[in-house]
Design a protein around this ligand. Structure first.
Ligand SMILES: Nc1nc2c(ncn2[C@@H]2O[C@H](COP(=O)(O)OP(=O)(O)O[C@H]3O[C@H](CO)[C@@H](O)[C@H](O)[C@@H]3O)[C@@H](O)[C@H]2O)c(=O)[nH]1
Ligand SMILES: [Mg+2]
Length: 193
């Protein structure tokens, strides 16, 4: 349902070089019931899905490591990020997307995943909704090396840690990615691993 208090006045395309950056003017009724005009830049890079793969027998999780330029530009010395497997939705739904990304990035072919939560990760500037899942894996599901698509120059390293090791990496600062922290904490709270 649209909010009747909001009226989009103008949407100006600033960049569609890869994803879409718009400058949007809109009127917004403030707390005193007066319409005020605001201008905000909005980055639309679609929606995404991420998944924590876990094994209850070995008490392990699968994570990935890859270079993330924006973090390199903002204080991450090596630019490398340890993250749960994740990717953008194509035209598929979140569940299909996360199963596809899991195979591309980690080499595990999952049949079943469980939805945890839907979240806006950066609601002041990025439109993206991230659909987060957990899924059980074992060695019978390994069908390839993973590593991501060569065509997309992904160069993704696949890592297996015990759950306790991974969880401790939040506190030590080795894991700083929000979706990864959220899913590891979910697993801890629910006693999944
Ligand atoms: N050439 C080019 N390629 C780009 C650009 N931006 C992204 N790409 C490429 O597009 C591909 C997207 O890969 P996915 O696996 O689908 O997405 P992701 O980058 O892993 O995104 C996931 O993590 C993000 C960060 O946490 C999440 O925001 C996102 O929802 C998703 O979960 C990557 O190969 C990336 O390098 C660009 O400006 N130019
Ligand atoms: Mg990815």
């Amino acid at each position: 349902m649209k909010n009747p208090e909001i009226e989009i006045k103008e949407t100006k395309l600033l960049s569609d070089n890869w994803y879409i950056l718009n400058k949007v003017s809109f009127s917004y009724k403030n707390q005193k019931d007066k319409p005020e005009i605001q201008i905000r830049e909005v980055y639309d890079r679609g929606n995404g899905a991420g998944i924590l793969l876990y094994n209850t027998i070995k008490k392990t999780v699968i994570l990935t490591r890859q270079f993330r330029l924006p973090t390199y530009m903002n204080g991450n010395k090596t630019g490398m990020m340890i993250e749960v497997c994740a990717g953008l939705l194509d035209k598929d739904n979140a569940e299909q997307a996360v199963i596809r990304e899991t195979e591309e990035e980690t080499g595990y072919r999952l049949k079943k995943v469980e939805k945890v939560v839907e979240t806006y990760m950066s609601p002041g500037s990025v439109t993206e909704i991230l659909y987060l899942f957990v899924g059980e894996y074992d060695e019978t599901m390994k069908v390839s090396a993973g590593g991501g698509l060569d065509a997309e120059q992904e160069n993704i390293e696949v890592l297996e840690y015990t759950f306790d090791e991974a969880y401790a990496m939040i506190e030590s600062g080795e894991i700083t990615d929000a979706k990864t922290i959220l899913l590891l904490q979910h697993a801890k709270i629910k006693g999944l691993v």
